[in-house]
Design a protein around this ligand. Structure first.
Ligand SMILES: *[C@@H]1O[C@H](CO)[C@@H](O)[C@H](O)[C@H]1NC(C)=O
Ligand SMILES: *[C@@H]1O[C@H](CO)[C@@H](O)[C@H](O)[C@H]1NC(C)=O
Ligand SMILES: *[C@@H]1O[C@H](CO)[C@@H](O)[C@H](O)[C@H]1NC(C)=O
Ligand SMILES: *[C@@H]1O[C@H](CO)[C@@H](O)[C@H](O)[C@H]1NC(C)=O
Length: 389
């Protein structure tokens, strides 16, 4: 029902290719062969009406599509599905079901404003996904589940105000990511940390607020640059005195006041640190699955009004540091134990050696008078002292 553009009859391009190599003169056999062939063709390769197909490419770009064409019997070998420059505004949850061989999916220049969770879960072979220039205001944190082979992701030119924690967790092979041209003012370091193979990151044309919210992300970005990655630029919109500056050029010392804010919160704000829920709105904003998207202008604080947020990030990291501390203590304990055992062993060895030496000395002393050596009186005393020492 929602596919007004899908025609039931088989398009021409199929039968043309097949009739050429059936040259049997007897008619019934020919008809039968055609029957069998067309039914086979129907099952394995069905090009959506209005699209152009060959063995590997399905091209539906610029066809004025208002809804997804039926893709249920796409060629099993289809690698590329192109749907840009249409009027798609929503996609059903099973739109890309069973398209396991797909490697490239282009949905740019449409009007998509909301995508169902796990929409791409069957696309384990997809390496390139573009959602450039749509109307997305929020992404469900499960949206990219199953895209384990993805290398390039483009969500630029949308209305995103947030990259939720967990969204990028499965995209560990990602090398190229663009979130440029959205409404992002801060990013959480923890959301980007799974991207261990990222090489190119585009962040431009967003209203970045270069305050404590962005400090941890700045550190992560510096690490990315350090290991050879490329970032296009994070130009600050706020605070006023940093407007137009790239955050990479803002010295770390400028963020020292964030630590002071942290300390003040821990020291002075007793009830604040006790009540974990509800005390800091930014935590709620980022962990919620999508949220309403909200009007970003209402959240923009005045230049002097800096909200101390890194609490959220720190909370996520604390367990790791605590685990590390415990590990350090355990290792130190083991090392100390080994050293102690070695020292005890050395002491025991020393004692045994000393007592053996003393015994030997005593025997020597006993024998010396018998041998009739006159000088023997002074020497044993020396040796005894040295063996005691
Ligand atoms: C399918 O068509 C695309 C262009 O539309 C072309 O680049 C590709 O090589 C074609 N593939 C085959 C197998 O013919
Ligand atoms: C996907 O494949 C499964 C099993 O092969 C089938 O049951 C299901 O109907 C297919 N879904 C679609 C949307 O084609
Ligand atoms: C974005 O998509 C719209 C609608 O498809 C189109 O009119 C516009 O030119 C596109 N903008 C860019 C920058 O591609
Ligand atoms: C990738 O595609 C191949 C066939 O082209 C298929 O055998 C394999 O199962 C696919 N992998 C995933 C994760 O879907």
């Amino acid at each position: 029902m929602p596919h007004p553009l899908h025609s039931a009859g088989p398009p021409d391009w199929r039968s043309q290719g097949r009739t050429s190599h059936t040259t049997t003169p007897t008619r019934p056999v020919l008809l039968c062969l055609l029957c069998v062939l067309s039914s086979l063709v129907d099952l394995t390769t069905a090009c959506p009406a209005t699209c152009l197909c060959n063995a590997t490419d399905v091209d539906c770009s610029g066809r004025g599509l208002l809804s997804m064409p039926a893709l249920t019997h796409l060629p099993v070998t289809a690698r590329t599905l192109l749907l840009p420059n249409n009027h798609l505004s929503s996609l059903g949850p099973g739109s890309f079901a069973n398209l396991t061989s797909l490697e490239r999916l282009d949905l740019s220049n449409n009007y998509l404003d909301d995508l169902p969770p796990v929409l791409f879960k069957d696309l384990g072979n997809l390496s390139d996904l573009t959602l450039h220039n749509n109307s997305l205001r929020a992404l469900n944190r499960d949206l990219f589940q199953g895209l384990v082979g993805l290398r390039k992701l483009d969500v630029s030119l949308n209305g995103l105000s947030d990259i939720p924690l967990g969204l990028l967790d499965e995209l560990q092979g990602l090398t190229w990511l663009s979130v440029a041209g959205n409404r992002l003012h801060a990013l959480e370091r923890a959301a980007f940390e799974p991207l261990a193979n990222l090489q190119y990151l585009q962040l431009g044309a967003n209203p970045w607020e270069c305050d404590c919210n962005l400090r941890d992300f700045k550190h992560w970005m510096e690490w990315l640059l350090y290991r050879g990655g490329k970032v296009d630029g994070v130009e600050c919109t706020l605070p006023k005195d940093l407007r137009g500056r790239d955050i990479r050029g803002v010295p770390v010392e400028m963020f020292n006041y964030c630590l002071q804010l942290d300390d003040e919160n821990r020291g002075g704000g007793g009830p604040r640190s006790g009540g974990k829920e509800g005390s800091s709105p930014p935590c709620g904003r980022t962990t919620g699955s999508g949220g309403t998207g909200g009007a970003p202008t209402s959240e923009v604080p005045a230049a002097g009004d800096l909200v101390p947020v890194p609490d959220c990030v720190r909370r996520r990291y604390q367990p790791v540091s605590v685990r590390r501390a415990i590990g350090t203590v355990v290792i130190a304990g083991v090392v100390c134990g080994i050293v102690c055992i070695m020292m005890v062993g050395a002491a025991a060895y020393g004692c045994i050696y000393a007592s053996l030496m003393a015994k030997y000395q005593r025997e020597l002393k006993k024998r010396q008078p018998l041998m009739g050596d006159g000088e023997g009186d002074a020497e044993p005393e020396d040796k005894q002292i040295s063996s005691v020492a």
